[in-house]
Write a protein that binds this ligand. Structure first.
Ligand code: NHW
Ligand code: EN5
Length: 346
């Protein structure tokens, strides 16, 4: 059924609703499914169909960043009804693929040889992961995209194999990624929640509707947010806060992972939320106020970590999209609940 994914080191038996045909074997959790080395890694790039070539993209160069932006703006992820498509800005894209320690060689593109036009992209960035208590250096894969004219021609598997090869050559053999679609290798699933800020606009564009029996005015009242912060000292993060914020998040994620078993709409996305001196709900309410001030129409969040604590009370509603979490080349004990996931991709 999966001509490509059935050949890859992802836990086939974790597919929801299907019986894995893989023998259990003596696979031990907490280690790669396939043991590899840099030496055993293929040295030549995978061949592309005639007329296409590999290109390493330099996102510090405005012109090349612009090529990636344009490809994604026209061809990246859409919702189930193809009404909306992500429009990540140029500075956001550069920030997302250039974290400390990033390898510029892992911003990979496919270009049409004749025109030089960018037709496909895939990126990898380093990420230290802790899976079921075991730390491991992995990469995060993101921004996989193939031009609409080249869809269903099996170009995506070539991009995935080539980025795998390039990552393997750096001595990393496992990866984490998320996708709306359900494929082999899923280890967890989260739901998108949306908090209306600009009701009128969201109704106008068909992102949401006023429920039957409710009025626009009444719903607008429901979605009011504080115009001034409730929390004393609430303000945007500054450079000098980075160390403190990093410590706070790392300390929070440490607890998270130690109890794995029980333990143009402007959209603001919830990233990592840690509240130690005020209730999480209050902090998030202030974030809604800030998002409104910033001109955002909707505030999106996943039900990962402890986000359930504020989603209902703050009038978030469940979206129609899922986000599946995947591990490549990593054997897990089993699946994780959304609340046990402590990772947010961009
Ligand atoms: S998820 C967003 C992915 N991008 C989009 O949805 C953009 C719009 N769509 C497209 O551009 C975030 C195309 O439809 C794409 C597929 C390029 C998605 N992940 O070329 P073919 C990420 O970026 C499989 C993985 O004919 P296409 C995460 C599909 O099941 N696989 O299709 C990315 C089939 O295989 P099968 C996906 O429509 C993680 C094969 O591709 C997939 O022209 C990547 C068909 O290929 C997806 N989202 O192009 C994995 N969508 O076995 C990284 C489809 O079923 C793994 N497929 O026959 C780790 C690598 C690094 C390891 C390092 C140690
Ligand atoms: C990972 N790096 O489906 C990114 N979005 O719910 C790649 N729905 O916006 C993976 N269909 O529910 C991305 N409005 C996977 C997600 C792909 C994009 C996607 C969904 C997530 C979404 C909106 C619009 C639906 C339009 C019709 C949605 C309803 C909101 C409403 C608010 C008020 C209370 C009820 C719900």
């Amino acid at each position: 059924r999966h001509k490509f994914w059935s050949t890859q080191p992802v836990s086939q038996e974790l597919m929801v609703g299907t019986k894995g045909d893989e023998p259990e074997g003596e696979r031990k959790p907490g280690q790669p499914l396939r043991h590899q080395t840099v030496e055993s890694t293929r040295k030549e790039p995978y061949p592309l169909p005639a007329g296409f070539e590999w290109a390493v993209l330099d996102v510090t160069d405005e012109a090349q960043l612009d090529e990636i932006y344009t490809l994604l703006n026209r061809h990246y992820v859409e919702d189930d009804d193809n009404m909306f498509r992500f429009d990540y800005s140029r500075p956001f894209l550069r920030w997302a693929v250039c974290p400390p320690g990033y390898d510029p060689g892992l911003h990979l593109g496919v270009k049409a040889s004749k025109s030089g036009k960018l037709m496909g992209v895939i990126t990898a960035i380093p990420q230290g992961m802790v899976v079921e208590g075991t730390p491991s250096s992995m990469v995060e894969i993101n921004f996989l995209c193939v031009h609409k004219k080249l869809r269903s021609k099996r170009l995506a598997p070539v991009l995935i194999k080539e980025i795998t090869r390039r990552v393997n050559l750096t001595g990393v053999f496992s990866a984490v990624y998320t996708a709306g679609v359900l494929l082999p290798g899923a280890v967890g699933v989260a739901r998108y929640y949306h908090r209306t800020i600009n009701l009128k606009k969201l109704v106008d564009v068909g992102f949401t509707r006023v429920p039957r029996g409710k009025t626009m005015a009444r719903q607008q009242k429901l979605y009011r947010v504080p115009s001034e912060p409730i929390t004393k000292g609430f303000r945007a993060m500054r450079e000098e806060d980075v160390e403190g914020a990093w410590k706070l998040v790392m300390n929070y994620l440490k607890d998270c992972v130690q109890h794995p078993t029980h333990s143009h709409i402007y959209a603001a996305y919830s990233y990592y939320n840690v509240a130690t001196t005020v209730p999480l709900r209050q902090l998030m309410k202030d974030c809604l106020g800030e998002a409104k001030k910033d001109g955002q129409d909707v505030f999106n969040a996943l039900n990962v970590m402890e986000n359930d604590e504020f989603l209902t009370d703050l009038n978030f509603g469940m979206g129609d999209g899922n986000l599946n979490y995947y591990l490549f080349n990593w054997q897990t004990e089993g699946r994780m609940k959304a609340s046990e996931i402590g990772l947010v991709l961009l």
